[in-house]
Design a protein around this ligand. Sequence first.
Ligand code: NAD
Length: 767
Amino acid sequence: MKTRQGRATGKNDTDKTENKSSRIPGFYRLPVEQRLAFLARNFGLTDQQVSELRNGNALRIEHAVNLVENAIGMLALPLGLGLNFLIDGRDYIVPMAIEEASIIAAASKAALIIRAGGGFKTRVDKPIMIGQIQVLEIKDMDEAIKKVHEHKGDILNQANLASPRMVARGGGVFDIETRVVNGRDIGPMLIVHLLYDVRDAMGANAINSACEAAGPLIQSITGGRVNLRILSNLADRRLARAEFSLPFEYLSGKEMSGDIAAMRIVEAGQFAWADPYRAATHNKGIFNGICAAALALGQDWRAIEAGGHAYAARDGRYRSLTNFSIVDHKLRGEIELPLQVGWVGGLTNSHPGVKTLRQISGIRNATELAGVLAAVGLAQNFAACHALSTVGIQKGHMALHARSVAISVGVPADEVEAVAQEMINRGEVNTTVAEEIYRRMRKRPKLKEKRGDLPVEVFAPGKIILFGEHATVYNYPGITTTIDIGMTLRISRDPDGPRFVAPEYKQVFPIPSTEQDVQAFSKAVELALSMYGLENEPIAIQVESDLVPGMGLGSSAAFSVALCSALRRYKNISTHQRLDRKLFADVQRLESIFHGTPSGMDAATVLTNCVLWFRKGPPREILPIRTHTALTGLICLVEPGAATIELVQRVRDFRNRYPDTANKILEEIGNLTVDAGIALGIGDIPELGRLMFKNHELLVKLGVSTPALDNAVGLLLDRGVLGAKLTGSGGGGAVIALVKPDTQYELVNQLSEEFASVFPFTVRANT
Ligand code: NAD
């Protein structure tokens, strides 16, 4: 087979598309909502695009019925991002649609290693496709071939009449070739090839039209009978190549040194070159990556696969599409295969989901797409050969495989992780074990009428808002965490009960506990007792609290959680999840006594007792955030706080009066909260601190800070904290600061002089 190599012309050098980095450390640790928020922020996606990606419903049924016959719906697949791809000095994010576990992780990991060695280099041929015209019943084959070549100009003109616009773009049919092939039963036939430059298209339809247009002329020139007129998917004039070169040290691991790993990878490659049984599996791994990316980017992946497999057998024996060798003490990896891909036409522009993914990918034309797919195939194959030659692939597969086994037996999303983890711990990953574990988890003790032993004592922590207060009211996300101090609620026997002993709070400020407050607590207790059918129970409920009310530290949520949890324990109702839906609903009912219509953020934070991502929705997002590094901080009580409801109204009034200014501030807070989620995920503490100061500035602009709070933030800045801001609704209350661990206690001592009260908080890392 002849090849016409050369750098393709498809690159659009005037394209000034900003090249976003594909290196997003910790992306895999973030909850999906945070990942989407990150994409929306960095790639300018609309809410609709985000929702369509998340739910897999970008393609509408009205469109689907026009694409295929007998349409009945759509089939969704998991969609992820292949990261870390540095190709020809440019970053690409590779969307991948695939159901098989480990593929996206393996590609991203391989791309990260290869990136460290300088990334991939690619070479992509011009986009030349082959169209075939089959001519039978030819009397004089040599004469027919001669005439076809003599009439080349006429044939090209006739073929190009089918797509004048392609010619105008500098493409179209530019050459012909003739081949004679023997049918098994019908003897020799003439095959005329049209060589077609399809520019930025995959080109199947364009070339089929050209073949059909030229068919009658070829029939009359040759005197034979024309049968098929169709493209060839063995697009071997349109090869894409990718390569990398890695110093051995990037391959060394616990199991073996880098040079041994490299040698074993080379041996794995030689096995696949020599043996079709191995080559089939080896190449399947390559297409795991290529097809997943091709599908997500609207390509005809069947055409790509067919071309790849046919090319793998080009010397008469089916072989590997990659090659590994050792050159200058480095592992060199190479791939070469036909890649018939389009940046226009087909689904590329008509599927809204594909359009969004193109936007994220950073790819600008068909040539770049072919280079990216080649690099993805090579990365995938390198990952597999590396794992197979060193630790084997089962180890890496197990976690994801366990999750997919759990899903397959119907374990709900929020319990998949727990079931999967237990299977891994037991070393048994299969559907029977998954079902058994899940059944056991679901088995809740029957509601016994027997009361629990008394006394019952429950501790509920307080909470602070790390980022996003007020913006959460307008459906931007907020990030909260629990703190070490909280409230302890005790139920004891009392023959005169039920009786409630109102909490005695630490009085750091001279704030008289108003009649209203006491009434709210009593009302909440009354409601809780009736919710659990305990109106006539001989019990006393007593509360001790370290939380100062009205400071944004979540004292009402801690009270509501402690009360519901204690009454449930008293009634022997088990709570098997951190965010038990029924318990959450009960707590919210009590919270509404304190706050009218509470968003649920405080209750969810206290219940889950972790760093939480919250968006009120709908749909409501309550997700634990992965925190890469522990946080150490201070809470400084500055002055008596104002009622949340008043501050929320103040922002509403401001927004009514100055909608543009207010919306811009709220949006900035929303964006900053997304960035903070990422910084938490990757453990970028200095960035978190910077974002805290920025968040405070925006809250000042929103009109919810006070001179005392601003002075407090200024003082903390002078003392060298990493970040500081007001927390909660503002109008007074507390300020939080992020500090270096070794300064935390010293600062508590120093600042105790300055504030009514200062106490440390620590958030554990949760990876
Ligand atoms: P297409 O039919 O959508 O044609 C591409 C269109 O884009 C043409 O109208 C062309 O004029 C236009 N265009 C605009 N700007 C262009 C540019 N810069 N470069 C090139 N064209 C440009 O798509 P196609 O690529 O001809 O065909 C791809 C579709 O054909 C895929 O959906 C594929 O599944 C399908 N198909 C495949 C096979 C096969 O592989 N065996 C067979 C038949 C059909």
